[in-house]
Design a protein around this ligand. Structure first.
Ligand SMILES: [Zn+2]
Ligand SMILES: [Zn+2]
Length: 243
């Protein structure tokens, strides 16, 4: 590594420490004093997904059930190699994601980013490039920010993995997924994503990052666009998944 690169890396590390030290010492979810990113009570209510689970998509099974591919993975419904989420989209974890997404509470980026980081580490596979799952231009203008980009930045900063927020774009406005049935969701997203500068991901193992994994059409369409553009493999992490 060159001298200048080494200096830049040291400055980056020092800045990360400074940012961590400046973090508020109150829990961003409930306001209680804490010396961690969330207070003990809130952490206790956000339970991580543990084994046994589907080795491909990370779907959790009840305790005692042997690990096996779930039906969706057997039917090859997804195009990713592996997916992991930190927890189930419910209770305090859902509140935290919604407060970041709809109320713009940036203090939640750190705790949710830490969850994302832990889901990535549990995935036990290395990626080359972090890619935030994009939103359409219209939605971005309305909201002012993309929560997936904020979370992807956090992951990239902590792992040193490069981030490209400009490669995958959502070219078509789609009605909110929540209001549709499963088959309408699939239709709704067809051709919604496109890749700019495909050369940048040729043969790479890419890691799309999103806040919530629902029934999969979003990641299926995003993965399809990435693979068609030349990506070698797709891994994916999300903070939460709905069951
Ligand atoms: Zn709390
Ligand atoms: Zn599965």
């Amino acid at each position: 590594m060159g001298y200048l690169q080494r200096i830049a890396q040291l400055v980056g590390t020092a800045l990360n420490w400074a940012l961590d030290l400046l973090s508020p010492w109150v829990c961003p979810l409930c306001g209680s004093p804490t010396d961690d990113v969330l207070c003990e009570d809130c952490r206790g209510e956000i339970v991580p997904i543990l084994h046994p689970l589907c080795p491909c998509c990370g779907l959790p099974y009840p305790r005692g059930v042997p690990e096996h591919l779930c039906r969706a993975c057997k039917d090859k419904e997804y195009l990713f190699l592996r997916h992991r989420s930190f927890g189930i989209y419910e209770g305090k974890l859902r509140d935290a994601i919604q407060r970041l997404k709809y109320c713009g509470e940036r203090s939640l980026v750190q705790p949710l980013g830490e969850m994302l980081l832990s889901a990535y580490r549990l995935m036990d596979a290395e990626a080359d490039l972090v890619i935030p799952v994009p939103m359409s231009k219209g939605r971005l203008l309305e909201r002012g920010f993309n929560q997936s980009l904020l979370l992807a930045h956090y992951l990239s900063r902590k792992t040193g993995m490069p981030l490209r927020g400009d490669l995958l774009v959502k070219v078509r406005e789609t009605p909110p997924q929540a209001s549709l049935t499963a088959s309408q969701r699939r239709e709704n997203l067809k051709g919604a994503f496109s890749v700019r500068d495909p050369g940048a991901l040729k043969g790479k193992r890419v890691l799309p990052v999103d806040d919530v994994f629902t029934t999969g059409p979003t990641i299926r369409e995003a993965s399809k666009a990435l693979l068609q553009a030349g990506a070698g493999e797709v891994l994916e992490v999300t903070v939460a998944r709905s069951l």
